[in-house]
Design a protein around this ligand. Structure first.
Ligand code: HQG
Length: 180
């Protein structure tokens, strides 16, 4: 499996495991897990052919560690980024003083008014470093980086979660905690 194929399968896995498992008529359990063997066979029926070993390589080498197996590799799920409701049993954590969010200028006015909202996902996604936030923003155009005063939010009682792959998540960020 070459890099291009790995990327293509990875994107398909994100679609299935985060947004629409019904695309291949698979069911995720309440914690977001899909049965690995069933995933492989249902993907194959849709022309996305890969083996268990391919999948293990994708999970191991994915640039953002987007997916995880259970202890015996019989189940797989996405570590974060879901739009469907799943209980990831996310761990709460104390955030650093500042976290970053990459967006684009056309959203800034709304963010000034409403703060950062989770939109179609389960959480607002924040990064620990500006470079990552820049990459996130670049998906939509010229990135605009917002600085979130997460330490202050935490002091005020707002809960933060840290996903298995190091993404900071929270329910919303009121505008008063954002440095534009
Ligand atoms: C914006 C990728 C208007 C927000 C990335 C963003 C990330 C508002 C967009 C992960 C708003 C939502 C998540 C408001 C927020 N008014 N626009 N009040 N509040 N927005 O994709 O953070 O590569 O759901 O700025 O790397 O861009 O897929 O969130 O532009 O970690 O693993 O609404 O997805 O990860 O977009 O990206 P998204 P995001 P993967």
């Amino acid at each position: 499996m070459n890099e291009k194929q790995k990327k293509e399968i990875g994107k398909f896995l994100s679609l299935i495991l985060r947004h629409s498992p019904e695309t291949i008529q698979i069911k995720l359990d309440e914690n977001g897990w899909a049965d690995t063997a069933e995933l492989i066979s249902r993907c194959a029926k849709r022309g996305k052919t890969f083996t268990q070993e391919d999948l293990e390589e994708i999970v191991r080498t994915n640039d953002k560690q987007r997916y995880a197996f259970n202890e015996d590799n019989t189940k797989i799920r996405a570590n974060q980024g879901h739009s469907i409701e799943v209980d990831l049993a996310l761990k709460t954590a104390e955030p650093p003083e500042f976290l970053f969010h990459g967006t684009v200028s056309k959203f800034v006015e709304a963010i000034r008014k409403e703060g950062l909202q989770k939109m179609s996902r389960q959480h607002v996604h924040l990064s620990e470093d500006k470079t990552t936030a820049e990459k996130v923003g670049s998906r939509r155009g010229v990135p605009v980086i917002l600085t979130v005063r997460s330490g202050e939010m935490h002091q005020d009682g707002v809960v933060f979660y840290l996903s298995e792959n190091g993404v900071w998540l929270t329910d919303q960020v009121p505008a008063k905690y954002i440095n534009f």
